[in-house]
Design a protein around this ligand. Sequence first.
Ligand code: ZN
Ligand code: FE
Length: 258
Amino acid sequence: MKILPIPVLSDNYAYVLIDEATNEAGVVDPSEAGPVAAAIKREGVNFTTIINTHHHWDHVGGNKELVQEFPQLKVYGHKRDETRTPCITNMVDEGDTVRIGNLEARFLFIPCHTSGHIAAYFEAEKSVFTGDTLFIAGCGRLFEGTASDMHNNMVTLMQLPDDTRIYCGHEYTVTNLNFALSLEPGNVKLQEKLRWAEELRAKNQPTIPGTVGEEKEINPFVRVDSSELQEHVQQSFPGLALDPVSVLEKTRYLKDNF
Ligand code: ZN
Ligand code: FE
């Protein structure tokens, strides 16, 4: 699978996915039609599929124009977003699959950022598209779910093999790492990753993909069992219970105000 990250809007990524064996292509989260259509034409591929991780405008904004230009497109989104995702044709749920040529993804239902949020997991390709649920060293805001929901999502995604590559919806890595370091200043992995990310961003290069294994070492919303993180969260919330959901909830609160 060839994966082309397409920078769109101010800090979003759309991803064009190409099955090189059949020349068939899809796109994950086309926020804007123009840059996606340009990539499709440049690659000369048969464009069949849109996958929307969730209904927010910065992930579905290009759907309508793309469907007008490429009428054969099928548009996949969660069934709860039937009325919220423009041009949706295929309503899916946990465990459903999508094919792009010989590539196959399974959908993981990970509601919380929105109630219809999904990830697309290409198991054979060791790649997962996580939208606004899991970012490099961060997670999305809890707009339509609870801290418990988001914790479940982190557990679900961290159960994928450690070498699974993570392609997320936004370039938030440097900010996320700075926040993570405020809670785990002694985490050497975090310090290294921040230096690495800052160098790439200075050259305007993307920091994606991450990996599941690495997130276990750097993501504060995954690392709710870290005693250093817990101590720092407790400085803002004295006496806080240290169960994973309570720690995640307060960590998210601190991030919202970082
Ligand atoms: Zn977004
Ligand atoms: Fe979003």
